[in-house]
Structure formats: C-alpha cells, structure tokens
Design a protein around this ligand. Structure first.
Ligand code: GLA
Length: 738
C-alpha cells in the first residue's frame, strides 16, 4: 500500500519507489509536514523530524509546560490565528468578523484510484490500481466546518496530487477569502525558484532566482486566463541541479484563471510553498450544507534533474490528464489560413489554399477567424455564430463538405466567450457583458467578455455553436479567447456573490467544454488565447493541444517551445511553419529551420502554399512525409530531452528518444552565424550506452555507439553551415539503432 498510517504516532507516509511524503497529527490536532523528498524506508515513528525549541516572542498553542508553536512548525495546511505569522493557506471570515480558525484531525480514509473533482479538470486514473488516495478530515468546532485534504499518489510516477474541500455544517454563513489547493514546507531554503514568465509572442521564458527570506510569488489576475505573463507552474530546484541531475520539486496548477504560486522563506530558513486560486478578487460565501472544492495541484519530485521532472509531467499529462479519442494519438498535419488571408477571404480563395495543401500531403484544413456575422475585421461580429454568406455562400456546411470532398478534414476557429458591441448578440443582451455599473468598460481588441458565470449565457453559446457543428462536417475546433477580464463584476448578481465571478466564469468555460467534448467526442479541440495565454493543464484536460504562441518565427519559437516543454508534452504544442518575412518578427529564417522547429510539436502550416516556388513545394512535401513517418515517435512514444538552452547562448538543441531507446530525432539550431568559430560538439542524451546507432543528417551518416554519442558527441559541421544558410541554421538528426 503506498499510503501507510501509523496509529500510535498518527503519522501518514505517502510513498512509492520514487518519493516519500510524511505528515502527522500534532499535539494540538493540526497537521504537520515532516518530510517530502526521495523515498525513505517506512517506520512507525518519524517524530525526531519534528523540531521544537523555546524562542523569544514565540506563541505557544498548547497548555504549559508544552512549547509547541505554529510559528516555527512545518505545517501541512497552515491557518492564521493559532500563532503562525506566515501567510496562511486559508482565510475564513465568520459572522462575528473573526478570521481565527483551528482545524483539527478527526479521521481519514484511504482508497484505490482517484475521485473526480466536481466541475473541475483534474488528473485521473483509468483503473484503480494505478494510484491510491487519502482524504484527511479536519474539523473546526467553533464554525462546525469540515475540511478535507485530499492526496493521490500514482504508483508509477513520482507524483502526488493535492486538493482541498471545505463543507459548512454549522448554521452560520462563512466566507472563504482564500483557499489554497496545497501548501508544502521544506526545512531549508537552499533552492532556486524556476518560473515560466513572458508576454504575448514571448510566452514561457525560463526564469530562475535564488530564494530569499520573505515572499516571492507569481500570479495571474487575468480572470479569463492563466495568462501569458505567468504560467501556473513553479519549480524549486537545488542550486546545483542541472537538466540531467539533482533534485527538483515541481508544482503545476490544473486551472485556467487567477492563480497564486507563492514561496515564503522565514528568517529560520524554512520554506513554504503554496499554490491555489488567487485570493485577490476571490470571496466565496458558504451557507449550511454548502461546500467548496479547490482545483488540483500536481507535485512532481525528481532527483533526475529538470529533464527528469519534465518527462514525468509529459507522461502524466499525456496518460492521466488528456482524454478522449485524441489521447495518445498522432495529430493531423494541418494548414491554418490565418496568416495566409487574415479576415480577407472568399470561398474560392479558401478552396484554392486547401487544394494546394492537399497536394503536399496536409490532412486538415482549418478556417480561422472571419467566417461569421459581420466579422470583416476585429471591430465586429463576435457573438454572432452564424455564417457570413457574403464570404461563404454555401455556409460552413457547404464549405466543409467541399473540403472533405478534396480528401481533407475540415476545422473551424471560434471565440465563444467574447462579444463585440457591434454584434446582434450584444444588442439583444447588453447585460451579458462582464462590467461594473457606472464604471468604464475597458475594451481589448475591441471586444468584451461574455458573463460565463451565468448558466443562461453558456446555454445560449452552446446552442449556437452546436447548430453549426450539427450542420457541418467539422473534425477540429480552435477555441480562442483573446482578452482578459478587466472589470470583474457580474450584472444582476447580489453583492455577496460578486467575489465568485471569476471562478464561476472559468467553471462556465469548463462546463461548455464538457458539454461540447461529450456531444462531439471525435472533434479534436485546440485551445488558444492570443497565442499561448491559456497554456495550462486545465485546458489540456479538455483540449489536448494548445496554440503555443502567435509568434511563428522559428528562432523565437525555439525559446517558447523550450520553455513550454518544462511542463507540457510535445504533442500538446501547436507549431506551424509560416511565411517569411515572419509576420511578428519580420525576420527571414530558412524553410528547413522553420520545419526543424515545428516538428517538435503538432506540426502544420500557416501560409498560402500557392505563393511558394516549385523548389520550396518540393521541400514542403518532404517535410510532410518526414513528419508522417516520425510523428508517432515525437508526439506519442518518445521522451523529450532538452540539451542546449536558447536562454543561455546562441545555440538550442533538444531531442526525442523512444522508450525502447531504438529511435531518436534531434534538432540543433543556431541563431546568428559566427565567423571563424570555435569547435562545437553536440552531445545527445537518453540513448542506450552500448547500442550501435546510425546517425543521419543532411547528406551525412555515421555509425556510433550510444555512449560515444552521449559523451564524445558529434562535431557540428560549421563549414556546411556557412555554405548553406548562415544565420538561423539548423540540423535535424535521425538516430536509429542498428
Ligand atoms: C488570436 C489567435 C490567432 C488567430 C487570431 C484570429 O490572436 O492567437 O492564432 O486565431 O486570434 O483573430
């Protein structure tokens, strides 16, 4: 049993072959965190890990002569009001104004498998033997409130998931002002915090900082999204931890709206990590009999460096987060018309682009923005989900069938959560807009947020989009969302309910996703938010791929995809080849390099192939053929290894190796060319030491053992680089066991 309970010492040991997580009930009934890290042997008593000493200014929370103090104890779910002066995991305001709470252990239950979280995306088990779960019931007797801390440990992964549920049994109304999903404490501060930060077109850049005493945090207050600015993920790594060795603790939040990931270090060098819904803008009243469920935090422990941590997230999210028909399936090679036409297209033009796509071997044609209402630019039409017959006289239904007749699948762009004021939808329902009475309503890309916290709004959108899906032959949906929530207020909701707006909004989005994915199980959904502002596990639960960024420049994509790979599987990263000069960077990169980057993702095109030369089209045909041959390895079978970081130098390298170590594909990329450059060797990773491989690149080929390739490496052919492309040169290697 991976979850053990030692009755005498009231100690829980949650463990598998990789990790141990040890918590116990303290003298005052609250829960203490004794250890989290590499697996250690089980025993009855770990009480020596509880450290206690009398200190000045210390608040003691047990009768004398006891000296237990919450101030210096590593707690499991810390609260304010029993002598701890750090940030609490929860804040509950009671009718008398008090925020003092005291949740004491009552009982616990262990069970095989994992329960669903009501209304929320979360990791899951396919059969109960894959994981074991623990619910610890705590109770506050003054409020008569239950608090349930839930843990799941997966047998084959160094993973623990956490969430919390609170149930008000007492007569008084209580108000949750803060309710974190998990809190973890470490006895030291010898860590660096790693985060994925950015902005539109430069999402998920890797940033690290040494922990210091005090609070360091990242957050989203964007309302509609986990955000482009901060991804809902942090890792604590030891200073010496590299990509390939050393300890790292990952924390990933399965949620797509406001979050807080906070690390607090005390002057006693203890570190507290908390993750949950951002308390700012959140307030949730509970009446007798009502409960609140937090989203889930997925904690990964790795002693195999950052690559080790990422590979665990990739496998877990591919096998236990993504669902449905597209789970573990290679993705169709698509062509999207956005950068080819923007809003300016006719049916004839679309069919022309699709025809060329079919000729080169593309499998899916995606019609992006501009097909509905009066949507001829981004000032109008959002909310009116009926086809623009001026552009598409036979409707989506006619177009989709014409595309299918060519032998392509058809996909469609939608932005269901938004409305332009210049739309029939807004004119009929002005009160469906998120916005505060008497206040200026900020606009963003000329659009406004529909109030998805209201079930009738979600119903309306569900009906409008179902009609189109029912009438047409649609295999793929790109679900976009292009603005944050600036004045979070739900019109017509009572004052006491306003603090629920942003969480209820995202629950409304999840509800619509649930209904659409259940009704149309064959459709492949790709989520998108002005590029990659909603690249989070919450979305991956519904949509198994995400548009990684609006920036399609190959050299920029190296950084974005490299950062994204810290948590998210290669198969989830939407990656397309676009035209040069690139529309975001205005930069020229070789067609080969654009492909060599896009292969490490879902792969597709975002340009009008009719504008390419015959020579380029030949190259495109070869790219499509290459991806068809290797996508099973890259997207499904392989483990991804980061080799050289674009954040540290001029070169980027990464590779994918099959689980049996017989096949691999590696990409090497240079930004600016160097004159009279130093020698450079690329060392591969993850291969079988003794295995003889054939490595091929360009017109070259060598035979070498795994240990040669990993430790001696292979020299980069600089001469070739100079002769070919100069800047933004890249090499793609295939590595096959003999
Ligand atoms: C967003 C998306 C793009 C494209 C446009 C359409 O910016 O990220 O890929 O779909 O919207 O308006």
């Amino acid at each position: 049993m991976p979850i053990k309970f030692h009755e005498q010492t009231k100690t829980f040991h949650i463990c598998n072959k990789y990790l141990s997580y040890i918590i116990c009930v303290m003298e005052n009934g609250q829960m203490e965190n004794l250890y989290y890290g590499k697996a250690i042997c089980d025993k009855e008593d770990f009480s020596y890990l509880h450290e206690e000493v009398m200190r000045s200014l210390m608040s003691v929370c047990v009768p004398e002569p006891g000296i237990l103090s919450m101030q210096y104890t590593k707690q499991e779910y810390p609260v304010y009001g029993t002598g701890d002066f750090r940030s609490p995991a929860m804040t509950v305001r009671q009718e008398n104004g008090s925020e003092i709470v005291d949740f004491k252990y009552v009982s616990h239950e262990t069970y095989d498998g994992k329960k669903k979280l009501k209304g929320l995306p979360a990791t899951y088990t396919e059969n109960e033997s894959e994981a074991q779960s623990l619910d610890i019931l705590l109770h506050d007797s003054v409020m008569d409130t239950d608090l349930i801390l839930t843990y799941t440990i997966y047998e084959e992964y160094p993973v623990i998931t956490r969430s919390v549920r609170i149930l008000q049994k007492g007569d008084q109304k209580i108000r949750l002002e803060n309710m974190m999903s998990a809190s973890v404490e470490f006895p030291d501060m010898d860590f660096e915090m790693l985060q994925l930060s950015g902005a539109w077109s430069r999402e998920r850049y890797v940033k690290t900082r040494k922990l210091e005493m005090g609070i360091q945090a990242i957050q989203s207050l964007s309302g509609t999204a986990s955000s482009a600015e901060q991804n809902p993920f942090i890792a604590l790594k030891r200073p010496h931890t590299t990509e390939d060795m050393g300890e790292v603790y990952g924390f990933s939040f399965v949620y797509s709206s406001n979050f807080l990931a906070q690390v607090e270090v005390t002057p006693y060098e203890m570190t507290r990590v908390m993750m949950g819904i951002n308390p700012q803008g959140f307030s949730w009243e509970l009446k007798k009999g009502e409960e609140f469920q937090t989203p889930e935090v997925v904690m990964v422990y790795s002693d195999q460096g950052l690559n080790g941590m990422s590979q665990v997230y990739h496998r877990l999210y591919r096998n236990h987060l993504m669902r449905g028909k597209w789970k573990n399936r290679v993705r169709p090679i698509l062509l999207n018309n956005w950068e080819a036409t923007y809003f300016n297209f006719t049916e004839e033009k679309i069919l022309d682009i699709a025809k060329k796509a079919k000729e080169v071997g593309v499998e899916l044609f995606v019609l992006d923005d501009g097909w509905f209402g009066t949507r001829n630019d981004d000032y109008q039409g959002l909310g009116d989900w009926f086809v623009n017959k001026n552009k598409l006289p036979d409707g989506i239904s006619g177009l989709s069938r014409k595309i299918e007749a060519m032998g392509l699948k058809f996909g469609l762009w939608v932005e269901l959560e938004m409305v332009n004021k210049d739309s029939d939808c807004y004119r009929a329902h002005p009160d469906w807009l998120i916005g505060a009475p008497g206040r200026f309503e900020s606009h963003s890309r000329h659009q406004h947020v529909l109030d998805f916290s209201k079930p009738e709004v979600v119903d309306y959108i569900y009906d409008s989009i179902s009609k189109i899906l029912d009438e047409s032959a649609i295999s793929y949906i790109k679900w976009d969302m292009n603005r944050y929530m600036s004045e979070p207020f739900s019109q017509g909701m009572p004052a006491a309910e306003q603090g629920k707006t942003m969480h209820k909004y995202i629950l409304g989005v999840y509800d619509l996703y649930t209904r659409l994915t259940e009704k149309y199980p064959d459709i492949l959904f790709e989520s998108c938010s002005s590029g990659g502002a909603r690249f989070d596990p919450g979305m991956l639960y519904f949509a198994p791929q995400t548009w990684t960024s609006d920036d399609t420049d190959a050299a920029e994509r190296e950084k974005i995809q490299y950062g994204t790979s810290f948590v998210y599987p290669i198969v989830s990263m939407g990656s397309h080849i676009s035209a040069v000069p690139n529309h975001q960077m205005h930069r020229y990169t070789p067609l080969a390099t654009r492909a060599n980057v896009a292969y490490f993702g879902t792969f597709g095109y975002e340009l009008d192939l009719n504008l390419l030369s015959e020579e380029e089209l030949k190259e495109v045909r070869e790219q499509v053929a290459f991806m068809k041959k290797y996508r099973e390895l890259i997207q499904i079978e392989g483990d991804f290894y980061r080799i050289l970081s674009p954040f540290e130098g001029n070169e980027t390298a990464w590779m994918v190796v099959s689980r049996d170590k017989k096949h691999a594909v590696a990409g090497y990329y240079e930004r600016l060319n160097k004159v009279n450059a130093a020698w450079m060797r690329l060392r591969f990773k993850g291969l079988d030491e003794k295995q003889l491989y054939t490595v091929k690149w360009e017109e070259n080929s060598i035979k070498a053992h795994g240990n040669e390739l990993m430790y001696a490496g292979i020299p980069i052919d600089r001469d070739y680089c100079n002769k070919t492309n100069g800047d933004f040169y890249s090499i793609l290697y295939t590595i096959e066991a003999e």
